[in-house]
Ligand binder design. Structure first.
Ligand SMILES: Nc1ncnc2c1ncn2[C@@H]1O[C@H](COP(=O)(O)OP(=O)(O)OP(=O)(O)O)[C@@H](O)[C@H]1O
Length: 221
């Protein structure tokens, strides 16, 4: 495991209010310490994915949003997505089908990682960490679901995020794979001291995460 990112710090939401067509979806304040997972649960349509989009800076213009978000003391709201250093993992792995596994991973590396050798070394280290050493040249379509999931996590990690958002990343995996992938994700979160905010419908995800659960979508969120 690598050393924690130098900027490791809490993700703090202060009165984040999301509304759609004049209807308040949620009014949320919470703090996610580095290395911990806070789980957000609530009914379908409560605005959980919209919340993650707000944190990424990709909330569609149909929504109205206010409230401050800080990450390791840096104010995020107002910054363009590429300057936020927030990584997100979705239920679909979204690997590029036209790139090899290594190509998918290399794509995520920041431009500040210079030199072919260094970029290759980072990709190789990520493959090894995901128990996929030797798989770099493979077409993603030839990997199993669990392998693809691990590549998708390493792709996010290689982008050097300072916080991780999880939007039901386990929901499409069968029970055994889900447990294994969960362990992998939560170990990475702890080892890298990333604050993580997870949206899920599955109470077992919240139990496995071990952190607090925040409920939205009830009496105004
Ligand atoms: N681009 C958009 N434009 C307008 N409305 C949207 C848009 N995206 C989502 N919505 C609406 O915003 C509300 C919140 O959606 P969101 O996907 O955040 O809910 P959710 O809590 O994540 O639901 P689920 O648990 O089903 O994934 C829903 O009413 C949805 O229909």
């Amino acid at each position: 495991m690598r050393e924690p990112a130098a900027g490791a710090g809490a993700l703090v939401l202060d009165r984040v209010r999301l509304a759609l067509a004049g209807k308040l979806l949620m009014d949320l304040s919470l703090a996610v310490p580095p290395g911990e997972v806070v789980t957000v649960m609530g009914p379908s349509g409560a605005g959980k994915s919209a919340l993650l989009a707000y944190l990424c800076g990709t909330l569609p213009g149909e929504f109205e949003a206010t409230g401050t978000v800080t990450l390791a003391g840096r104010r995020l709201d107002g910054l363009p997505p590429e300057r936020r250093r927030v990584g997100i993992l979705f239920q679909d792995d979204l690997l590029f089908p036209h790139l090899s596994v290594a190509g998918n991973l290399a794509f995520a590396l920041p431009a500040s990682v210079r030199g072919r050798a260094e970029r290759r070394a980072r990709v190789e280290a990520a493959l090894a960490e995901a128990d996929l050493a030797g798989f770099g040249g493979r077409d993603p379509a030839t990997l199993s679901g669990g392998q693809r999931a691990r590549v998708s996590l390493m792709r996010v990690i290689l982008s050097e995020p300072e916080a991780l958002l999880l939007d039901e990343p386990f929901s499409k995996l069968d029970v055994e794979l889900r447990e294994r992938f969960r362990r992998f994700v939560f170990e990475e979160v702890r080892a890298r001291r990333l604050p993580a905010l997870m949206v899920t419908h599955d109470p077992a995800d919240a139990v496995a995460a071990g952190g607090p659960v925040v409920r939205v979508g009830q009496q105004g969120g």
